[in-house]
Each structure stands twice: as C-alpha cells, then as structure tokens.
Design a binder for this molecule. Structure first.
Ligand SMILES: NC(=O)c1ccc[n+]([C@@H]2O[C@H](COP(=O)([O-])OP(=O)(O)OC[C@H]3O[C@@H](n4cnc5c(N)ncnc54)[C@H](OP(=O)(O)O)[C@@H]3O)[C@@H](O)[C@H]2O)c1
Length: 287
C-alpha cells in the first residue's frame, strides 16, 4: 500500500503526514523544499522534491500509488487561477486514467458542486468531474471555510477589525484544517472504500462572520468589530493592491457564488469534526 501526500507542509497536509506516521505508515511526500519539513518527519517519510506545477514531476511521483492525496496548490492571487489549477491537476488525472494511480482523495470545497459561478472554487468542481471520468476510485472531500483563513487578517485583528465581503449573517461551516487532516488520513488508511464518494468536512458548527467576531472578541479579550464591505469595495481594494483582474474575479466569485449555499452533502455525523473556533483561536491567535 503506497500513499502519496501533496503539500505536506500545508495546514491540512502536515496533519495528514503526522497521523500517517503515528499509524506506522511511511508516506511518499511531494515537497518543494524538504527543509521545510521538521527533521523527525523528514527521516520518516519518502520525500520527493519538486514543484506540483511541473507535470513530469507529478506524473513520475504518483506512478504506482495506491492512494494519492491531492491538494490544489494554486494561490488565489495568480493570473487565471481556474486554468492554472486545472493545468496543475492534469498530470494526476492522466495518471489515474492510465491506471497508474488506484485511488485519489481530493481536497475539495463546499461550492464545488456548483461547477461554475463560484470563482476559484470552480476549479475544484472541474477537477472532481475530471477525476470521476478516470476509472480510479475517488473521494471528494468538500470542506467548509478554514479557521486558518483568519491568519492573514492578524494585523487587522490586532487593530480590532475583521473585514469581510461575505454575508455577515449567513452561517456557514467553519473547520479546523487539522481536523480535515485527520479525516484525510483515516480515508487514506482505510482500504475498504471504492467507487465515487463525496464527503463533507464541516467543523463542529456553522458560524456567521458576526458570530465569529463575538468568539474572537471573547478569546482575545478585546472587542473585534465586523467591517462588512460590498463586493465592489472588496474588488477595488484587491485591484488597488495590484492583484491581476482574473485573480480578483476568482476571489470575489468564491464569496458571491456561494452566498446562500446549502452545503452538499449537508451537515451530519460524518461531516462534523470536533475542534471549535474558540479552542483553535486560543492556541493560534493568542501569544
Ligand atoms: N481555505 C479554505 O477555506 C479552503 C476551503 C476548502 C478547500 N480549500 C483547499 O485547501 C487548499 C489549501 O490547503 P492548506 O490550507 O492545507 O494549504 P496551505 O497551508 O495554504 O499551504 C499551501 C501548501 O501548498 C504548497 N505549495 C504551494 N505551491 C506549490 C507548488 N507550486 N508546488 C508544490 N507545493 C506547493 C505549499 O508548500 P511550501 O511549503 O513549499 O510553500 C504548502 O504546503 C486550497 O488550495 C483549496 O484547494 C481551502
């Protein structure tokens, strides 16, 4: 049984690797810079150094895998993010179609089921669709909104503000990426699934941005105000910061396209994971 893990230094991938090691597995990890893995991890994995945007590297590194965990590494800020994500996943899809990979676990997203109209998330929907045609066994993990999306906002939070263009009152699933990593690892180790499966990963509860600011105010022990901005204001701010217009479309689209979305699949026992936002914030946002 060979397990290949992409983005082993990421929020989700690092947890996947740790659990696999604790389970006694020796995953192959595809990593740009092995020095970014801590030394005890580096000693226990098979690290293949390379860039996921290099098709030859991906095609060679996944060959013969029982299961590949695929994370789209495309940053939201690149030109033409959807096309870039699809181009990056193409060698994995080719390998699955050729029978060189038996199973794929895809880190997908709530909103991927829409297939279009949800900005950069559209790429995950199209990768789901492409994988479905390969003949490989596929598991699409449609995740909620990561707690770690708050990390780039630390400066603003220090100033007591959380800005969003999302609907401030719409509850959506918020999830700790480490909990996602545990679900992924369990699926990678489970030999008894096949076919096509779609599974949600939703954290312990749905939260609106307004509720998030209350939780953060409590944890940080100082008021955090919500700054709800319009799509046009968000768009103008990103363009002024120099982001390519296609990237801005991809980012704004993720929020406009998923407004009012009811996750598919819906929250249930299987999609609900344990870590509350407050517990995560206490360890990640307080010194
Ligand atoms: N954020 C959300 O709310 C959300 C919701 C649903 C799904 N998702 C999915 O989750 C993904 C992010 O997962 P995450 O938060 O675990 O990642 P992350 O912590 O943001 O880390 C990004 C990872 O990608 C690697 N990487 C970036 N470019 C690469 C390249 N060209 N070649 C090889 N590796 C590369 C980085 O490696 P280095 O160490 O080399 O930089 C790092 O391991 C998103 O792309 C999206 O598909 C996110």
């Amino acid at each position: 049984m060979s397990i290949v893990v992409t983005t082993p230094t990421g929020h989700v991938g690092s947890r996947v690797v740790r659990v696999l090691l604790q389970a006694g597995a020796r995953p192959r990890v595809l990593v740009r810079d092995p020095a970014r893995l801590d030394a005890p991890t580096r000693e226990r994995v098979e690290a293949l150094q390379g860039d996921l945007t290099d098709p030859d590297y991906v095609r060679t590194s996944v060959k013969g895998a029982r299961t590949v965990f695929w994370v789209d590494p495309t940053p939201h800020v690149v030109e033409n993010p959807v096309e870039t994500s699809l181009r990056t996943a193409a060698p994995l899809i080719d390998a699955a179609r050729a029978g060189d990979v038996e199973r794929v676990v895809l880190l997908s997203s709530a909103g991927a089921e829409l297939r279009e109209g949800a900005g950069h998330i559209d790429a995950l929907g199209r990768i789901e669709e492409a994988l479905d045609t390969t003949g490989a066994d596929v598991l699409h993990l449609r995740n909620g909104y990561f707690f770690t999306n708050l990390l780039p906002d630390l400066g603003m939070l220090d100033g007591g503000v959380l800005t969003t263009s999302a609907d401030p009152d719409q509850p959506v699933p918020w999830v700790d990426p480490r909990d996602i990593g545990e679900v992924v690892a369990a699926r990678l180790l489970n030999e008894h699934w096949s076919g096509r499966i779609v599974q949600g990963v939703h954290g312990p509860e749905d939260l609106s941005f307004r509720r998030v600011t209350e939780i953060l105010s409590d944890v940080l022990d100082r008021p955090v105000e919500l700054n709800a901005v319009s799509d046009d204001e968000a768009r103008a701010g990103m363009l002024a910061a120099g982001l390519p217009p296609t990237a801005v479309d991809g980012i704004v689209g993720m929020s406009t396209g998923t407004r009012g979305l009811r996750p598919d699949p819906p929250r249930d026992l299987i999609t609900t994971t344990p870590t509350p936002l407050a517990a995560w914030a206490r360890t990640q946002l307080t010194a």
